[in-house]
Write a protein that binds this ligand. Sequence first.
Ligand code: GTP
Length: 322
Amino acid sequence: MSYSAILLVGGMGTRLHPLTKATPKPMLNVAGVPFIEHQIVRARESGVSEIILATSFLAELFQPHFGDGSEFGISIKYSIEEAALGTGGAIRHASNLLTGSGPVVIFNGDVLSGHDLAGQIEFHINQEAEVTLYLTTVPDARAYGAVELSGDRVIAFNEKMANPPTNTINAGCYIFNREVIQEIPDGKVVSVERETFPQLLADSRRVFGFVDDSYWLDIGTPSALVKASQDLVLGHIVSAATPAHLGDALVAFGATVGEGSKITGGSVIGKGAVVESGCVIEGSNVGAGAVIGSGTVLRNSFVANNCQVPSGTLGNSCFLGF
Ligand code: GTP
């Protein structure tokens, strides 16, 4: 069986400013490739054959990389919102491009996860659910949608609150029956988290939770973005989209590393970048064409493409050249 999916990539990524001023969050380089490449390849591996990218902010930047998807073994189409329609409005708008039949997988374009998507789809079908939310458990649920369950059934959805009643959260991947998508008003701004889910629950619809506590990370903050890239390079989460590399760093073809420089901790050195001599680059992402002057020490940092970092720079958790 093959499935269709919608990948939500139209947000402004405000928590990652200034990185996301010119590059949408889903297109930021994470472990050597645009972030959503990890999600797209994983979706394909789980039986998804068609993905609609629901774009809005900087919509034109996706197609040049992903094309029609053939390079990635999947069909990719682009839904463009002239003005952002919110998560629910985006799903409804993108659904006009779906082919085939059967339930639709919806992904937030900022979640790195090792969850069992095929298992979630099977669970959705077996439960005869209308919507199934992938849920995970976090130590502090305040920044997320806390989801209350009765057995496998979702009974309450509490979007971002000061005292969440549970640590089980919406992990940003849903299965929707097509009829439920068609009920979302077309061409209107709608939030699935604040409107669609609460309304479905108020109407006692069949909304289920699929709890999976494997690797999960919302890459929406600077520290999480750095960690996602490190974890992929270090193999804490495996992605077929991560370029092959040796050891605990990924140095792209054509990048040069000067004498005595140490590249460690899941760092990525982009295409054509130059790291001069005597540098320590730990857990950091150096963009394509950047030049890191000699004796620089960078930890948990991001360097923009083509940025010139002066010799002797000391940086910890910083973003250079954005
Ligand atoms: P912040 O501004 O930092 O909160 O980031 P965001 O709005 O980009 O992401 P958020 O976590 O709020 O949204 C979850 C997912 O939905 C992300 O992948 C966004 O790209 C996407 N998204 C949010 N709003 C829209 C929208 O209006 N249209 C579309 N197509 N996608 C959206």
